[in-house]
Structure formats: structure tokens, C-alpha cells
Design a protein around this ligand. Structure first.
Ligand code: CTP
Length: 409
């Protein structure tokens, strides 16, 4: 509130009208946590952003070509400023051509009525809701509704957004919106958007708490075939998606070093389960998925083979999991219902992967062991012994290395 009051006063000082808009108004009404604020100014937003930033010791980034700016506050919160604008789409799926407009026009270009409300923040009008398109009623009735019939054609990423908001708030699209969405899918609207942009939006669905529900809904709507023609979830994917939330919750709770934003990768591994690596590689290539993520996803396609090894000794289980990323191992955890395999996975994630030897190559040299590739073999063997619960002290590790050296000579 204090941020908004201040921005409102500064806009007033510049003779401009200011509003907080979009998702933050929706979340305010729903009494959900509001993280970032979106402010729209009727007039030059950059002028107000500059004032606000210098006043609050923020970091200002200006995008003059879009008439927008972001102020990052010292406490990590961000306020986005944009000049009210009108949009037209030269062709479906393209980024829009933008010209200055008023707040009503600015709200009309938005995706859904629930995201098309504004609250005035100039001192005299502070707190008045601007709801030209029935967003408040739709919020109360838990409805997702587009503002006009072209919405999904203009911007097909809204197909994914509609499902995201449905699942996040447990709302439903009203019938006309659902019909428009289905029509746009039939006409292959997603193919008009740059694949990378569409995939970025899809990642947001996978990052939601209810990612499995998002995927099931998208599959029922036949909205997953942007990945590959006639792509849909099979029985095995549905089973894995039922397991995923519990596994991801476990990871959130126990793996302090694992960023839970990476949960989307585990979801992607699940929906590619059982698909030929060459096909998956083609999909990842098409959407320009980053190399590090690509490697993990391709790795997950064959990591089911190691499940049998998890039932063997701790050493064998560790050797099998050692080269895998945390995401691949979480995928395995969702894949197996075997209790002892799950125990091994948990031991690996919580303990084994953090084990460090107290000796290194220099110690082997000091023992008089001739340097060469044997060093790696010896150090690995000592590490396996550590996993098995032996050799925890440095002297035990040195003694084991000496024994191993004699065996290798
Ligand atoms: N918007 C839109 N069409 C899009 C993307 C965004 O109309 N394809 C508008 C909506 O008004 C939306 C606002 O821009 O509320 C901000 O977009 P974004 O931050 O992506 O969405 P939020 O609604 O804030 O949702 P989230 O809570 O997921 O950030």
C-alpha cells in the first residue's frame, strides 16, 4: 500500500493518472499474496518510474522502445511501469503493434476479464476499482472469460494461460471461451507463435503447484500436440503424474540444495517417459531447450534401466545413481513403487551424493603410488567403501588406498 500511495502521489505531481493493474488486482481481490506490482500510467510511465526509483533507492531499468520500466527495490520486490496502450496484431501469433492509449483500451488488450481490472492510485481516487469487462463478477463466479472472440488467435499462448489459471484457482472457462479455445486449437493456432515463446509459457504451467492437473487438462483438450503431432498422455504418464506431487513435496522438504523451480524438468521427464530418445531430442531442439536441461531430459529416458541396480548392494546403487542429476533421480523415485529402491534413492539424495573423501591424489603420491589412471580407480573404490559405511576417518581411507594399490599392482 505504501508503495502504491507513493507512486500515486508521484504520478499526480507529474499531472498523470496511475493504476495498479492485471494479476496483482486479481490477487488482491482473491486475498492472495501479491509479489510484484504492475503499474500503468496514462502518459509517460518512464517519468514516474524514474521519480519513484530515485525516491526509494531502487534500481531502474528502462525499455524506451516499449515505454516501460522496472524498478527493483532494495528489499527485492519489483514494480513494473508501463504506459497505457492499445494493441493490434498484424498477423495471428505475432507480437502486437503498440500505440499509446487510455486505461480502458489498455485493459481491453488483456487475456481474461479476471486479469483486466485496474485500481486507481492517484490520491483523490485511491482504491477505486475500474472493471469495464466484468472481471469482478467472473472472479466471484470462478470463471475464466476472454474479452473478445479473437483473443486466442491473436495470442495463442493464452491457451496455456487459461488452463494455468483454471488449475491455480480451481476456476473453469465459461462455455464460449472454451469453444473459442477449442476452435483455435483445431486451427493449429499455437503453430503461429515462435516455438521458444510458446514453450516458455508452457514451462510456467509446469512450474505451478498443480502442474500434474495442468497437464491432464491440456491433454484432455488436445492442447499438448504442439509438442508433437497427436501427443497426449498415456496411462503410464497419468500414473507418474499421480506420484509426482508426493515426490516433489518430499524434495521441497528435504533437499535444501535443490531449487524447487526445477520441478518443471521432472514433469517434462514424466511426459516424455517411454518415448524414443530421437523423437524427444527433436522436440527439445525445436523448442531450443537449454543444453543442461536437454542432457537431463535425455538422460531420464534411459535411467529406468538402473532401477534393478537399486535392489543390489549400496555400492552398486550408488554407482548407478552417481552420474544422474537430482531431477533424474526424483523422476526415478516417482517411477518406482519399490520401497527399498525408494529408500536407496533417499539415502543417495540426502547423504551419499554429499560424501567427500578426506584423501586426494597428493595423498596417494605421498604413499608412493605411481600416478596414472589407477588414482581414479583407487579413489572411487575408497568412496564406495565410504558409502558402505567403512573408512570414515582419513587414516582408514589411506589404509584402504594402500591395500587397493597393492591389489592393482
Ligand atoms: N497479459 C495478457 N496476455 C498475455 C500475458 C499477459 O493479457 N499473453 C496481461 C494480463 O493482464 C496479466 C498481465 O498481463 O495479468 C501480467 O502478465 P503476467 O505477469 O504474465 O501474468 P499474471 O496475471 O501476473 O500471472 P502470474 O500470477 O502467473 O504472474
Amino acid at each position: 500500500l505504501s508503495i502504491l500511495r507513493r507512486v500515486g502521489r508521484q504520478a499526480e505531481g507529474a499531472g498523470l493518472r496511475a493504476y495498479v493493474v492485471g494479476g496483482c488486482v486479481r490477487d488482491l481481490i482473491l486475498k492472495r499474496k501479491v509479489l510484484d506490482l504492475d503499474v500503468v500510467i496514462e502518459g509517460d510511465a518512464i517519468v514516474v518510474a524514474r521519480k519513484f526509483s530515485s525516491d526509494r533507492a531502487g534500481t531502474l531499468t528502462v525499455y524506451p522502445q516499449f515505454g516501460t520500466a522496472t524498478v527493483l527495490l532494495p528489499d527485492g520486490r519489483a514494480v513494473d511501469f508501463a504506459s497505457a496502450r492499445r494493441e493490434s496484431y498484424l498477423h495471428p501469433g505475432a507480437l502486437p503493434v503498440v500505440v499509446k492509449g487510455n486505461i480502458k483500451e489498455d485493459l481491453f488488450r488483456r487475456d481474461f476479464t479476471i486479469n483486466a481490472m485496474a485500481v486507481a492510485i492517484n490520491p483523490k481516487h485511491f482504491g477505486s476499482l475500474l472493471d469495464y469487462y466484468g472481471g469482478f463478477d467472473d472472479l466471484k463466479s470462478q470463471r475464466i472469460r476472454v474479452l473478445h472472440g479473437q483473443s486466442f488467435v491473436d495470442d495463442p499462448t493464452r491457451i496455456l494461460r487459461a488452463v494455468r489459471f483454471e488449475e491455480r484457482f480451481r476456476f473453469r472457462m465459461e462455455p464460449a471461451t472454451l469453444r473459442l479455445l477449442r476452435e483455435s486449437l483445431k486451427r493449429k493456432a499455437p503453430a503461429t507463435v515462435k516455438p521458444q515463446r510458446y514453450f516458455e509459457e508452457f514451462k510456467k504451467n509446469l512450474k505451478e503447484d498443480r502442474a500434474p492437473e495442468n497437464l491432464r487438462r491440456l491433454s484432455r483438450l488436445k492442447a499438448l500436440d504442439f509438442l508433437e503431432p497427436s501427443f497426449k498422455l498415456e496411462q503410464r504418464h497419468r500414473r507418474l503424474l499421480r506420484e509426482a506431487p508426493q515426490t516433489l513435496l518430499w524434495a521441497d522438504k528435504h533437499l535444501i540444495d535443490w531449487p524447487s523451480q526445477n520441478a518443471w524438468l521432472v514433469c517434462l521427464m514424466i511426459i516424455f517417459d517411454g518415448i524414443a530418445p530421437a523423437r524427444v531430442a527433436r522436440v527439445l531442439e525445436k523448442f531450443a531447450v537449454a543444453n543442461t536441461d536437454r542432457k537431463k531430459i535425455i538422460g531420464s529416458l534411459s535411467c529406468g534401466n538402473i532401477l534393478v541396480k537399486l535392489a543390489l548392494s549400496r555400492r552398486e546403487a550408488f554407482k548407478a545413481m552417481r552420474p544422474l542429476s537430482v531431477e533424474e533421480i526424483l523422476f526415478l523415485r516417482a517411477k518406482t513403487l519399490n520401497v527399498s529402491a525408494r529408500m536407496r534413492i533417499q539415502e543417495h539424495l540426502l547423504e551419499w551424493r554429499h560424501l567427500k573423501l578426506q584423501i586426494n591424489g597428493d595423498d596417494l603420491k605421498r604413499l608412493g603410488i605411481p600416478s596414472g589412471k589407477n588414482y581414479k580407480i583407487i579413489l572411487d573404490e575408497v568412496l564406495y567403501a565410504l558409502v558402505e559405511g567403512c573408512c570414515s576417518s582419513k587414516s582408514d581411507q589411506l589404509a584402504r588406498a594402500r591395500d587397493l594399490c597393492q591389489q592393482h599392482q
